[in-house]
Design a protein around this ligand. Structure first.
Ligand code: HEC
Length: 157
């Protein structure tokens, strides 16, 4: 995305005369700061986090085994509502493997990334038979999706 705001563009965006606008050298400093802030605001999120809508599509890979949303029940795997920030093995009435239950993991961003890349490497003996997500963009997006998925199922659709 070509979203870098040039100092010249920032200067042209700033009103010529305003009580709030600095003049002279200060005006240039202000323009540089403005350009940097505007560039960060535009390109920052693309680098820092994935896309929730795209993550919902990646989630189709999980759907055969996991349910989400207000009416989600456990199936092959436990419901993933509210998974982000929760300890491994804590969904009620789901029969986890000992490997998962005793993993001591908390599903934060770092552990989810490792687990979803290669579940059986991160939790040897897990009964989640899933080859793993290897594409970086897909990983960013599924993480963004799981992060906003609430314990009551909000965010699923
Ligand atoms: C083929 C079925 C299957 C698929 C596909 C699958 N999972 Fe799982 N998942 C499981 C099973 C079974 C478990 C329980 C693991 C255990 O107890 O060892 C599990 C467990 C998990 C856990 C740990 C839950 C907890 O409460 O500790 C997470 C997180 C998870 N899966 C995320 C995902 C995501 C995200 C996807 C899609 C990218 C996915 N899974 C795809 C079957 C699957």
């Amino acid at each position: 995305m070509a979203a870098i705001i040039s100092v010249r563009a920032a200067l042209s965006l700033m009103p010529e005369r305003s009580l709030l606008m600095p003049v002279g050298e200060d005006r240039m400093k202000f323009a540089i700061a403005f350009a940097a802030a505007a560039s960060l605001a535009l390109i920052g999120p693309a680098f820092a986090e994935g896309d929730v809508a795209a993550g919902r599509t990646v989630y189709n890979q999980c759907r055969p085994c996991h349910q989400i949303g207000p009416d989600a029940a456990n199936s092959v795997g436990p419901t993933l509502n509210g998974i982000f920030g929760r300890k491994a093995g804590e969904v009620p009435n789901y029969n986890y493997s000992d490997a998962n239950k005793n993993s001591g993991l908390t599903w934060d961003e770092a552990t989810l990334r490792e687990y979803l890349k290669n579940p059986r490497a991160k939790v040897p003996g897990t009964k989640m038979i899933f080859p793993g997500i290897t594409r970086e963009a897909q990983m960013d997006n599924i993480i963004a999706f799981l992060m906003q998925l609430k314990a009551n199922g909000d965010g699923a659709e």
